[in-house]
Design a protein around this ligand. Structure first.
Ligand code: HEC
Ligand code: HEC
Ligand code: HEC
Ligand code: HEC
Ligand code: HEC
Length: 491
């Protein structure tokens, strides 16, 4: 045993020491090994809580270590012992050891080499394993590429999905997705390094777009049922910032389950009657044709006037099978409009609604285009202070806290939705869930997509929701509900 390992070490040392490349690789690995080991242990134990720490370990030190190993091996193969730099050759070591009393050292050397080989192996395994997991973490996705992912992360943090990780949506389970994701990820890292990424990132995204199966890991729309009450709180731009409410009974419906037929809004997700559509623009908003396969039958709707004959199946555009993403394209990265953003802060009291005209003045200060976030914050503060000092001097001089609170709230509404560095302004991203500006559902449900026998995809308001109240101060229907609940002993 001693002999063979001695021979092994002899050959290895000779080979390595005779190539400059290998010596360089050897030095790199032996210097990096202990550093890396300590870092990985710290990282696994969670001692260091800094997103860049992972970046340092798995994207800089790790690859450098692997590079060292590679150099070492390449050097051995290239030189095959031909190059001789005369440093620490086996003969030298042998001569050293041949001196009296040094024999015992050979054993120590063998043990040491074995130890180093094993730790190297262990390290490579450890770093690849934890490194892989690091690239799956939310901190890798969002904080490493701070500016690019800033908006995605900021919106994610306030979304119902903030407790699931980015990869649970953006990287599916199947391995072909995983490979695709890692390749696209490497491409993206380069785009960030060389500053070639698009600003804003166009919607819809071309790679890593979640697919239906991803959402269905957690949600099962075929099992949804019934209607659901949606209440929207709004504030009018008047002196009292009047609080009004819209109440909609949303026909959530179901994709059909255990003999129950698909109906309502989630009727579209049933596999029994897939819906396809053809769009002609990048944003998928111009829908020229929609067709529905029901049994052996196909119903085709084309965007025409009711009297004109429907166009022949057009070949222009791209065809897509409808899935969750055609309505829920913003389940997480929800960018609000300026109006909604302020309403949200008003309803939660972050902006005090007691301050007269704050809705109107807030809107006036957050809607202009600003070149940078800093400029926006300054202008919002300056604009509001100026206006209130001019128009409500008593109120402001008497108690400054109200105005300061309002300014902070308006600034927050801005910061959560507008990202000048990424060229994201109000309304850069369209949410398909409703029908703002004739988009979303109204891409098809606009009453202008007709079948051959002249029937349009319905745009009747009540196929999707019953409007119980629209922008009313204290709607009767909500009062009634509240009374009923109180009557039953619920708050
Ligand atoms: C619930 C699922 C979900 C989660 C969780 C999620 N995303 Fe997304 N993400 C989406 C969808 C859906 C889109 C829009 C797809 C489209 O329109 O093509 C998107 C789009 C994006 C975009 C493109 C810009 C945009 O807003 O359209 C980026 C960048 C992004 N996500 C990054 C992230 C990061 C970083 C995280 C974690 C902090 C994350 N996502 C978490 C579903 C998710
Ligand atoms: C890993 C599990 C998981 C995945 C994957 C997932 N979600 Fe969710 N989703 C949740 C949870 C949990 C909630 C409920 C959060 C709550 O009620 O606070 C939720 C809530 C929602 C809601 C209700 C939001 C609201 O405002 O109440 C919608 C809509 C939704 N998800 C759509 C999607 C879509 C579309 C996808 C695919 C892109 C998806 N989800 C992927 C776990 C998931
Ligand atoms: C035709 C458009 C459409 C499609 C397709 C669609 N949804 Fe929805 N979904 C809606 C609407 C509209 C609502 C209710 C309004 C809202 O959430 O703002 C809703 C609500 C939900 C909710 C919340 C349900 C609740 O009871 O609160 C979840 C979760 C959800 N959808 C998941 C999905 C998943 C997963 C898919 C794909 C398999 C899907 N949806 C496909 C339009 C759609
Ligand atoms: C790509 C086109 C398309 C989009 C986008 C679309 N729908 Fe539809 N929808 C259809 C077609 C086609 C039908 C079936 C024809 C009909 O019933 O008029 C339909 C039918 C419906 C029905 C009736 C289902 C039943 O019980 O028969 C509801 C409700 C509905 N859609 C709601 C929505 C909502 C809400 C949205 C937006 C969140 C939406 N749709 C977006 C194409 C679309
Ligand atoms: C194809 C389905 C569909 C049709 C048809 C439809 N709506 Fe809607 N509408 C929706 C959905 C989905 C939402 C909820 C969006 C959300 O969750 O923010 C909505 C939201 C609304 C809101 C609340 C907007 C807000 O945020 O304050 C009003 C008001 C409204 N619809 C009115 C109408 C009227 C009036 C009609 C008839 C001309 C109509 N809708 C037809 C699907 C539909």
């Amino acid at each position: 045993m001693g002999k063979t390992s001695a021979f092994f070490i002899k050959t290895a040392v000779n080979l390595i020491s005779r190539s400059k490349l290998s010596v360089l690789g050897g030095v790199m690995t032996s210097v990096l090994a202990p550093v890396l080991l300590i870092c990985v242990v710290l990282d696994i134990r969670g001692t260091v809580d800094n997103p860049y720490f992972g970046f340092l370990i798995y994207l800089i030190l790790g690859p450098l270590f692997v590079l060292g190993l590679t150099l070492l091996i390449i050097g051995v193969f290239i030189s095959r012992g031909k190059e001789d730099i005369g440093l620490f050759t086996f003969e030298y070591i042998e001569e050293q050891l041949a001196r009296p009393g040094r024999y015992t050292r050979i054993r120590r050397h063998i043990l040491l080499s074995l130890f180093f080989t094993l730790t190297t192996l262990l390290l490579v395994i450890l770093v690849s394993y934890t490194g892989f997991h690091y690239t799956e973490s939310t901190s890798f996705c969002s904080q490493t590429c701070h500016q690019v992912m800033g908006p995605a992360y900021a919106t994610y943090e306030h979304s119902p999905h903030s407790r699931i990780s980015c990869v649970q949506c953006h990287i599916g389970k199947q391995s072909q997705w995983l490979t695709k994701a890692k390749f696209s990820g490497v491409k993206q890292i380069f785009a960030v390094l060389f500053n070639t990424y698009p600003r804003p990132i166009p919607q819809p995204i071309t790679s890593l777009r979640p697919v239906r199966e991803t959402c269905e890991e957690c949600h099962r729309p075929e099992m949804f049922h019934g209607d659901k009450l949606y209440i929207k709180d709004r504030f009018l731009p008047d002196e009292h910032n009047t609080h009004v409410q819209t109440a909609l009974l949303m026909k959530i419906g179901s994709g059909g389950y255990l003999g129950r037929k698909a109906h309502g809004i989630h009727w579209h997700v049933s596999e029994d009657h897939p819906v396809f559509y053809r769009y002609t623009d990048q944003a998928q908003e111009d829908v020229s044709q929609v067709w529905l396969q029901d049994g052996g039958q196909e119903i085709r709707f084309s965007k025409t006037s009711p009297t004109a004959k429907p166009a022949a199946p057009s070949v222009a555009g791209t065809v897509r099978k409808m899935d969750c993403m055609d309505c829920h394209n913003r389940p997480t990265h929800v960018f609000l409009s300026a109006d909604e953003a302020l309403d949200e802060k008003l309803v939660t009291g972050i902006i005090p609604s007691e301050l007269p005209f704050i809705k109107r003045q807030g809107l006036q200060t957050i809607t202009p285009h600003y070149d940078s976030a800093d400029q926006a914050l300054q202008e919002i503060s300056r604009g509001l202070k100026e206006w209130y000092l001019a128009n409500y001097p008593d109120l402001v001089n008497h108690d400054k806290t109200l105005l300061d609170k309002a300014i902070a709230g308006v600034q927050q509404a801005y910061m959560e939705n507008v990202f000048p560095a990424m060229h994201i302004n109000w309304d850069t991203y369209t949410d398909f869930i409703g029908h703002k500006n004739g988009s979303g559902c109204f891409r098809c449900h606009d009453g202008q997509h007709f079948s051959e026998n002249g029937q349009a995809i319905s745009n009747a308001c009540d196929i999707c929701h019953v409007i119980l109240a629209e922008n009313e101060p204290s709607p009767d229907v909500l009062g009634l509900l509240q009374k009923t609940l109180q009557h039953q002993g619920q708050p």
